[in-house]
Design a binder for this molecule. Structure first.
Ligand SMILES: Cc1cc2nc3c(=O)[nH]c(=O)nc-3n(C[C@H](O)[C@H](O)[C@H](O)COP(=O)(O)O)c2cc1C
Length: 125
C-alpha cells in the first residue's frame, strides 16, 4: 500500500479492538489487523495510538476518553493510519466494558461524512 493511500472499508466491515484502562491493546479482530496492516502479535500490549493519524485533532481523543471514563458510550468519526503510511476512515463506537477495559467497534462511514469530518478536523486542534 502506497504512502497516503486510502483504504476504504467494505460495506459490511466490522473492526473490533479492546484495550485496558490505559488504552493498551488487549485484543483486535482479524479485520482490524488486516485493515491496519498489523498482526495481532504486533498490536498486543501496544498503546492504541499506534494507529493514530496525524490529521486527528487532540480534542477528539480528549472527548473520547472523558466520555468512556465517565461510563458513557462515545461515537465518532476517526481517521486512522495504517502501518505502511496509508489511512482509513471509520465510524467508531467505544464504550466501557468494565472498569478494566474498553471496547471499540468500527463500521464504514458514508463518503459524505468522511468529507464533512475531514474538513471539520482541519479546523480543530
Ligand atoms: C477502546 C479504544 C479504542 C481506541 N481506538 C482508537 C483508534 O482506532 N484510533 C486512534 O487514533 N485512537 C484510538 N483510541 C484512542 C487512543 O487511546 C489515544 O488516546 C489516541 O490515539 C491519541 O493518542 P495520544 O493519547 O497518545 O495523544 C482508542 C481508545 C480506546 C479506549
Amino acid at each position: 500500500m502506497a504512502l497516503n493511500q486510502e483504504t476504504i472499508l467494505s460495506d459490511d466491515a466490522f473492526l473490533v479492538s479492546e484495550t485496558d484502562a490505559k488504552g493498551m491493546i488487549r485484543f483486535a479482530n482479524k479485520e482490524f489487523c488486516n485493515i491496519a496492516e498489523y498482526s495481532l502479535e504486533e498490536l498486543m500490549g501496544k498503546n492504541h495510538n499506534i494507529v493514530r493519524h496525524k490529521d486527528m485533532p487532540k480534542a477528539a481523543f480528549k472527548d473520547l476518553w472523558d466520555t468512556v471514563k465517565s461510563g458513557k458510550v462515545w461515537q465518532g468519526y476517526v481517521k486512522n493510519g495504517t502501518k505502511s503510511g496509508g489511512f482509513y476512515w471509520v465510524f467508531a463506537t467505544k464504550n466501557e466494558k468494565n472498569e478494566q477495559c474498553y471496547l471499540s467497534c468500527r463500521r464504514k462511514p458514508s463518503r459524505e461524512d468522511v468529507l464533512k469530518y475531514g474538513d471539520l478536523y482541519k479546523t480543530m486542534q
